[in-house]
Structure formats: C-alpha cells, structure tokens
Design a protein around this ligand. Structure first.
Ligand code: NAI
Ligand code: MG
Length: 493
C-alpha cells in the first residue's frame, strides 16, 4: 500500500505535527484503502505561513502570466501522463465508474491548460487606462493576485474540484493551501506530487489532508488567508462565511442544489428519458447541479414515467472498474444511510416509489443502491425540497408554463435548472425566467471549463470557471498619478 501519511507543505513531504492519521475507505468493499495524514491547526499554520512567505517574498506573484503558463501546462501534461492511474485511484476512493473518472481526470488536465492560456492573456490585459475627466491626472486599473487562498473541496469530483480552484489561483499568481475532503483525499496528494515535478516553487501550493473540524475550520479561520474558496454543503458554507466575516476574507462558495428540470409535452420522449437519467444518475447522483426535481407536462407524464422506469432497470450497478458499469457505490456509510432514509421518508410523505431505492440483490457488501424514481411527489414534502445527493429522482406533473416556472423557482436553492421543449422560443423564455446560475436547454449537466459556474440564492456566492474563475483570485488596483507642473494649491497657495 502506497503511503499517504505526509502533508505537502513548503515543497516538502512532512508528517503532521501531532503525527495523526485517518482512514479513507474503498466504498465498493468497505475496506481500508489508506491511512492518510491528519492535519490539525499546527499544520495548517505551517502551510499558511509557507504560502504567505511564497506570496510575500515572491517571485511567483511577480512572474509573468507566460511564465506561470509554462508550469500550469507541465501540470496538465503530468496529469495526462498518469490519466488512467489517477482515474483508477479516484474509482477506489470515491466509487464512481472508471469511464466517468477518466472523463474527470481529462477535464482536470484541460482545466490547467485552459488557465495557462488565461494566465498568458493576463500579460496584455492586466492593466487598462482609465480616462479621467480631470486632465491633470492619469489613471490605470491593474489586476493583481489576491494573495494567499485557502481552498476546501468536496468528495464527489475530488481531483476536478481541486483543479477548479488551484488552476485559476495559480494562473492569477496567488499562493494556496488546499484541503481535500477526508472521504477522498488521495488524488489531491497526487496533484501535489505532479505540481512539484512540474517545478512549481516551494510554498506556492500546499496540500493538507484532514478532517473538516480539525483542518478545514482552522484554515477558514487563519488570519494569514486572504481568500477562501469552498465547495460543499450549505451548513458548512455558512460556517466558512462566519469564519471569513471575522477578518473580512474574500469568499466564493459553491453549495448545494435541488435543481428543477421542466419537460414540455412536445419533447422527444427518448431524449427526455436519457437527459433525466444523465441529470440524476450520473456520478451516482452525487452532483451539486443534479436535476433532482423533474416537472413533466401532463400529456407526457405517464408514458415518460413508464419509459424512465424501463430504462432505469437496465442500468448496470457494480464495482467502478467493471466493464459496462454505470453506477458505482455511494461514497461512504453516512451518505448511504442518508439516502436510504430519504427514500423511506419519501414513502412516508406520500410520494409513489416507482422503482429502486434498495440494495441490489447481488451486493452484500459496499454502498450500492438501485437508482430510485419517485412520482407524484407532494410539493411540501422533504424529498421535493431538500438535497438528497444520491441517485433519487422526484417527478411531478404540471399543466402550463406559468405553473411549471412557479414550481421550479419555489426553492431556497438556485444552482442549476433545465428545460426541454421543441419550441425553442418557449424554451428560451423559460430559461430566462429560471432563477438559477446554470440553465441547460434540451440537456442537463454538460459542463465546460470556459463557462461561468455557480449559484443563485443559497446555492452560493460568486462564479467559478472561465474568466470568472480567474477574477475570483484577482484584486483590482487603481494607480493614479498627478501629472501637472502646477502646485495643487489647496493648503499652500
Ligand atoms: P461538507 O460540506 O461538510 O464537506 C465539504 C468540505 O468541507 C470537506 O473538505 C470537509 O472536510 C470540509 N469541512 C467540514 N466541516 C468544516 C468546517 N467546520 N470548517 C471548514 N471545513 C469543513 O459536506 P459532507 O459532510 O461531505 O456532505 C454532506 C452533504 O453535503 C451531502 O450529503 C451533500 O448534500 C452536500 N454536499 C454538496 C456538495 C456540492 O458539490 N455542492 C459536495 C459534497 C457534499
Ligand atoms: Mg474514500
């Protein structure tokens, strides 16, 4: 078994100060995968100080974007060289099917390449002249790295979620302390290895594994951090926000969702079934943007449910490395129990369980679950309103557009939404009225590094990816110069 008992701080692999470890398990067989270094406040302090030193003393923040791009592209290449190994590690730690893990790791490399291009672009776009009405002055607005960033990430796309924060932060010239989820910490440690080999200077990226309260909380509270970037649950997001409030840290939060999918009755039934399934069963439904609330127009409701159940029955569930598997195990026992409870609760609340929500007959071990379909879900029920974060879809009928929109927008979340109709004018109209940061038309879930990602309402603050992601890690400074040869003449005439 490879050792993961060290933290990556200031360019070195070091044991935690208190010497602790925590286990990460393989959710397909519930066995120990590795003992992992458990950071505590003392390690976080060392990591933040290393990042602080790398930022304050340079040279990373003063390098050109083109110089940073060279390192970012080497990281991308290092990830691609090990794509299958990293994907297999992700399968072991998270459970997801291997082809999905390969997709994630490819996307992870792509994210570093994308931000390499943006780093280069910064060299010519970093400064802009600001015309001033008073001609005695000249002014430029200049983008500068924000400082030391702390990133706290979840377990559903372990390496990709690291890249969404590390790549733009490094491209901007920031230094960073990254804390992966304790459920899936291994690929973040591999990323540290790859960044080290790519020649990233010591202290620019530090990777500290540990539990939320022991390592995440001290990171969010540390006065040496200028910016916090978080993806995860709403309650933890609120704690991060409170910690940030103490010394006014800049924050970006990507939190949960209960995203609606409106399907009009002119839709192609096969396309609707496929996108509903991709929208909630992909990655075992452990997806923040999953379209978990489906609204189907009355005329299509019964036939669509019938086809949805037929297709869902055929989904192959099993070990992520097994050929043809489309659903792996859920990430751990807590998530597994939470979802079993949600299924029970839905039934108590009067929703009709059409299929699934149980342990598959041939699986005695591992957190495997048959994907669940609930129909006629009451609007006031817990399962209609709260994030389940598993392969559980809730379906309801609707009669007209206004009713569908009202129901879709009636949520405290606003991460994503989807609409399907052959009438593109109607689809566009609905897309504009949906209160969500990401709206898919005639599809659900495809995600692009170039496009803004983030939520309305309680689904978060700020946007990641694209140029928005880079701006998360940039401050804007004005430099104003007095150019006149005449005295100012306010006090001294
Ligand atoms: P979580 O939000 O508690 O964990 C996410 C990250 O925050 C992890 O790295 C964790 O160590 C860290 N963390 C936990 N407590 C912290 C604290 N007090 N201070 C700083 N960092 C802390 O989510 P968890 O427990 O893994 O999952 C619970 C639920 O959250 C899921 O059932 C799901 O509904 C939701 N979730 C949403 C995600 C999303 O992408 N929006 C991702 C993961 C979970
Ligand atoms: Mg694990």
């Amino acid at each position: 078994m490879k050792s993961y008992e060290h933290l990556y701080i200031d360019g070195h692999w070091v044991k935690p100060v208190l010497g602790g470890t925590f286990p990460t398990i393989d959710p397909s067989n519930e066995t120990l995968l590795a003992q992992v270094a458990a950071a505590t406040a003392a390690d976080i302090d060392l990591a933040v100080k290393a990042a602080r030193k790398a930022f304050d003393e340079g040279p990373w923040p003063q390098t050109t974007g083109a110089q940073r791009a060279v390192v970012l592209r080497r990281i991308a290449a290092g990830i691609r060289e090990r794509l299958d190994t990293l994907a297999a590690l992700e399968v072991q730690d998270n459970g997801k099917p291997f082809p999905e893990a390969q997709w994630d790791i490819g996307d992870t490399a792509g994210c570093f390449d994308f931000y390499a291009d943006l780093a280069e672009g910064l060299d010519t776009r970093q400064e802009q002249t600001v015309p001033l009405a008073d001609e005695r002055f000249s002014c430029i607005a200049r983008k500068e790295p924000m400082g030391v960033a702390g990133a706290i990430i979840p377990w559903n796309f372990p390496m990709l979620m690291a890249a969404w924060k590390v790549a733009p932060a490094l491209a901007a010239g920031c230094c960073m302390v990254l804390k992966p989820s304790e459920l899936t910490p291994l690929t973040a440690l591999e990323l540290a290895n790859i960044a080290h080999e790519a020649g990233l200077p010591a202290g620019v990226l530090n990777v500290v594994t540990g539990l939320g309260p022991d390592a995440g909380a001290p990171l969010s509270e540390h006065p040496g951090i200028d910016k916090l970037a978080f993806t995860g649950s709403v309650p933890t997001g609120a704690k991060i926000m409170q910690a940030a409030a103490r010394d006014i840290k800049n924050i970006s939060l990507e939190l949960g969702g209960k995203s609606p999918f409106i399907i009009f009755d002119d839709s192609d039934i096969e396309a609707a079934v496929e996108w509903i399934m991709f929208g909630i069963f992909w990655n075992q439904g452990e997806v923040c943007s999953a379209t978990s609330r489906v609204l189907v127009q009355r005329g299509l409701y019964e036939p669509l449910l019938k086809r949805l159940v037929e297709e869902t029955r055929t989904l192959s569930i099993g070990h992520g490395m097994k050929e043809g598997v489309l659903l792996g195990p859920l990430v751990n026992s807590t998530q597994y129990d939470k979802i079993l409870q949600a299924v029970a609760r839905g039934q108590e609340e009067g929703a009709t369980l059409l299929y699934g929500g149980t342990r598959p007959a041939d699986c005695n071990i591992g957190y495997f679950l048959t994907p669940a379909i609930f129909a006629d879900v009451p609007v006031n029920s817990w399962i209609w309103n709260e994030e389940i974060f598993g392969p559980v879809v809730c379906v309801r009928p609707f009669d007209d557009e206004a009713e569908a929109l009202k129901s879709a927008n009636d949520s405290r979340f606003g991460l994503a939404a989807a609409v399907m109709s052959k009438d593109l004018v109607r689809a566009e109209r609905v897309a504009r009225r949906l209160r969500a940061g990401i709206v898919w038309v005639n599809c659900s879930q495809p995600t692009f590094t170039e496009a803004p990602w983030g939520g309305y309402k309680q689904s978060g603050i700020g946007r990641e990816l694209g140029e928005w992601g880079l701006n998360n890690y940039l401050e804007t400074k004005q430099i104003t110069r007095y150019d006149s040869d005449q005295p100012w003449g306010w006090y001294i005439k």
